[in-house]
Ligand binder design. Structure first.
Ligand SMILES: CC/C=C\C/C=C\C/C=C\C/C=C\C=C\C(=O)SCCNC(=O)CCNC(=O)[C@H](O)C(C)(C)COP(=O)(O)OP(=O)(O)OC[C@H]1O[C@@H](n2cnc3c(N)ncnc32)[C@H](O)[C@@H]1OP(=O)(O)O
Ligand SMILES: Cc1cc2nc3c(=O)[nH]c(=O)nc-3n(C[C@H](O)[C@H](O)[C@H](O)COP(=O)(O)OP(=O)(O)OC[C@H]3O[C@@H](n4cnc5c(N)ncnc54)[C@H](O)[C@@H]3O)c2cc1C
Length: 664
């Protein structure tokens, strides 16, 4: 990967060179904005450079040609090469540098340490006492052990209160006895559990003298550290192939009266004394902190996945020529079609918006962690509500954007040579993991209903800054629309829908219906309110972030992108703003959107180049930085294992005899 201003190199496709020449800003300066600092953007480039110098870190074959066994083996092989060279590649104490290294080398299909870094270590940091951290955190960080986070069961993932795995305290031996009483109680889905992890943070119901204290996290050894064989009392294995993530070993796990010491309950917040006395945590949901953390990181993670698909689709659209506009002597780049721009550019804006939003939620989580360690849990409900909505909206919109990017690549988009279907499979997993989207939208819905109830009870002044707009009133909007007026339009839509949904719920409840039934009958409307509220938050963070940028050229193009965003988003929620905007105003906004697509066009390739995703990381023939797509597409097809011989054994064995027989 080059560090050149506009990434122009000899041998590049002239079409892409032309695009890069038309860019109005420095892609390195934009990368500094995307990755939070010039220093880190520079480190990413250096790490990519260092990776490219170690040939063993490259995939030994294009991943789509490997079967499941090959993918899992390839992941472990590359991991061992990474660890042999780690000091040459990154500062091992930097989480961000490590994440970049793993993302680039291991790719997105899963690997043995994926959950170790993302959930196991963070769960130890948030939930293990200082003493427990001394015992396990160093070992985990040095990778002497491999861990995972085992919560979901075959029968229950969303409703944690119905988990069936038990951890029964035995005061006589001062042990917990872990047990899986039914088939549905088997842990099912945890990443890296099946074959890689030898330890797990296991979430099980804490039972003391027949009383159930609900789900708690326990540190559990699953496999012998020498032989890697499962320990007696443990049944563990892989759950089989999935829609994506097939380099990962999502697993199942069962316990047969499996004993662990009392000290293995992660007891920073809740404790069980030797005599069985239970010490309550400071907040009932404190054991959910590992989930809040991942949800806080998901906006940037999903923004990056959307970015991968857009790098591929935008670059390819600049080299793909098909059909004509005015000049009939040369076919046009498909990127010049308005429909193609409408398909791709609003997603570029969303990818940037998600990444900027993620900066904010990561900051909020880091602050919450400090607060909670100091005994202050007051921020938990706000962050839970915010990240519940955000993970749901960004995963859904990312999925939509990636699928549009695939279609924007025509037939070749459907080939694994584009790699977009893998990106799609990985990204939409996010609609399910860390809380199924509808379930999480309804969590935010609860928070919004409570906020309306505060207003109804005359407590508007106690509302937090994110929901204060629910108490305002806006019935007219200036025709001369700028980003802040668009925010007002979104506020109007979110406020109206939240009030409407809450009033529906209240009306049903007041009619004598049970709380649960009334909630269920208002739930579609409540999820709509949650989505609008979250989209408002994304827009407002995007506007604030762009406002804070210093480099004027970068800021200029981001303002153009923001114009794409606000106009597209408002058109997309037209049905919710009919009472506010006239049809003339809607036409005006629609036209502003079309103008903003044209404005962004010369910078489209530079905007996706700025994500600085190397070819190695992208794993896409269509998205190559040099744009030399066609010759490499042919090379890729020729490397298919099916093409090793001209005549396949299956032809000799089945098709030839069939054809011979038909001749008689
Ligand atoms: C660094 C990472 C970067 C990027 C990520 C990239 C890649 C990841 C790769 C692969 C995937 C990896 C891992 C995937 C892991 C998993 O999926 S782990 C399992 C995740 N499981 C879930 O998310 C389960 C979803 N369910 C829940 O979270 C909860 O059960 C619930 C839906 C929130 C409901 O909980 P419960 O029934 O206990 O509570 P309620 O009765 O509904 O509510 C009671 C009140 O408590 C409040 N509440 C609930 N949760 C929290 C919380 N976490 N914090 C604060 N408050 C909480 C709730 O709002 C209620 O409040 P009230 O309205 O005031 O009463
Ligand atoms: C790729 C991937 C990786 C994963 N990794 C892990 C991991 O590392 N560790 C781990 O513990 N788990 C992991 N999981 C499991 C994941 O967290 C759960 O699958 C997820 O939380 C959803 O729970 P569920 O499967 O029980 O869905 P269900 O709750 O069964 O959802 C089915 C349907 O029911 C609906 N529904 C459920 N409850 C309600 C409700 N109250 N109101 C309205 N609708 C409702 C849902 O909206 C959905 O439409 C992973 C899953 C995937 C796909």
């Amino acid at each position: 990967m080059t560090a050149l201003n506009k990434s122009i190199e000899p041998g590049d496709s002239p079409d892409l060179t032309e695009e890069r020449a038309s860019g109005t800003f420095d892609t390195n300066a934009m990368a500094a904005v995307i990755y939070g600092s010039d220093k880190f953007a520079q480190r990413r480039r250096e790490i990519s450079e260092a990776i490219s110098k170690i040939p063993e870190l490259a995939d030994s074959a294009p991943l789509p040609f490997l079967d499941r066994f090959g993918k899992v083996t390839e992941g472990s092989r590359k991991l061992s090469v990474i660890l042999e060279n780690i000091d040459k590649l990154i500062d091992p104490s930097s989480y961000e540098e490590g994440l970049h290294l793993y993302t680039e080398v291991m790719g997105m299909e899963g690997h043995p340490l994926a959950l170790h870094e993302v959930m196991f270590i963070p769960a130890l940091i948030a939930q293990a006492s200082d003493e427990q951290q001394v015992k396990w955190l160093g070992r985990a960080r040095r990778r002497e052990i491999i861990g995972c986070y085992a919560q979901t069961e075959m029968g229950h993932g969303s409703n944690l209160r119905a988990l069936e795995t038990t951890a029964t305290y035995s005061p006589e031996t001062q042990e917990f006895i872990l047990h899986s009483p039914t088939i549905t109680s088997l842990k099912w889905w945890p990443g890296a559990l099946g074959k890689s992890a030898n330890w797990a943070v296991v979430v099980a119901n804490l039972i003391i003298r027949d009383k159930n204290y609900g789900p708690h996290p326990f540190m559990v050894q699953l496999r012998d550290e020498d032989s890697h064989e499962p320990l007696p009392g443990i049944t563990v294995g892989d759950i089989g192939p999935k829609m994506a993530f097939n380099g990962g070993d999502n697993g199942f796990l069962g316990f047969r009266n499996y004993r662990i010491p009392r000290e293995y309950l992660l007891n920073r917040h809740a404790k069980v004394e030797a005599d069985g006395r239970y010490v309550k945590p400071p907040h009932a949901k404190i054991n959910h902190s590992a989930m809040i953390r991942v949800r806080s990181h998901m906006a940037t993670g999903q923004g990056a996945l959307l970015a991968h698909a857009l790098v591929i689709a935008v670059r390819y659209s600049a080299v793909r020529r098909q059909g004509y506009l005015e000049d009939k002597s040369r076919e046009v780049k498909v990127l010049d079609y308005q429909t193609q721009q409408h398909r791709l550019f609003p997603s570029i804006a969303r990818a940037y918006a998600f990444i900027f939003c993620g900066f904010e939620t990561i900051r909020l989580y880091d602050q919450l962690l400090i607060d909670v360690q100091n005994g202050n849990t007051s921020g938990m409900a706000d962050l839970h509500a915010l990240t519940s909505g955000l993970k749901s909206v960004v995963t859904y919109q990312t999925g939509e954007g990636i699928e549009q990017a695939r279609m924007a690549c025509g037939g070749h988009g459907y080939s694994m040579a584009s790699y977009i279907s893998e990106i799609y499979g990985v990204a939409i997993g996010g609609c399910t993991y860390e809380g199924e989207n509808m379930v999480m939208l309804l969590q935010l819905g609860r928070y919004l209903v409570k906020s309306i109830e505060m207003i109804q009870n005359g407590k508007s002044r106690e509302l937090g800054p994110m929901v204060a707009y629910l108490a305002e009133n806006e019935s007219e909007i200036d025709l001369n629309l700028g980003p802040n007026e668009y925010l007002k339009v979104f506020e109007y839509a979110a406020r109206n829908q939240t009030w409407r949904a809450t009033e529906k719920f209240q009306k049903l409840r007041n009619s004598g219906m049970s709380n649960e039934k009334a909630w269920n009958q208002a739930s579609v409307e409540l999820t709509r309110a949650s989505r609008l509220h979250t989209r408002l938050y994304i827009m407002s963070t995007f506007i604030n972030h762009v406002g804070s940028i210093v480099d004027q050229k970068v800021k200029g193009v981001l303002i153009d992108l923001l114009n794409v965003h606000v106009t597209y988003e408002v058109m997309d929620i037209g049905i919710y703003v009919q009472g506010l905007l006239s049809s003339n105003q809607m036409d005006l906004i629609r036209n502003q959107l079309y103008v903003s697509l044209e404005t962004i066009r010369p910078n489209a390739v530079s905007l996706v180049d700025s994500f600085q995703i190397s070819d190695m990381q992208l794993r896409s023939v269509l998205g190559r930085r040099d744009g030399n797509v066609y010759e490499n597409l042919f090379k890729w097809a020729k490397s298919s294992p099916l093409n090793k011989t001209d005549v396949l054994p299956s032809v000799t064995q089945y098709l030839k005899p069939m054809m011979e027989k038909s001749k008689l």
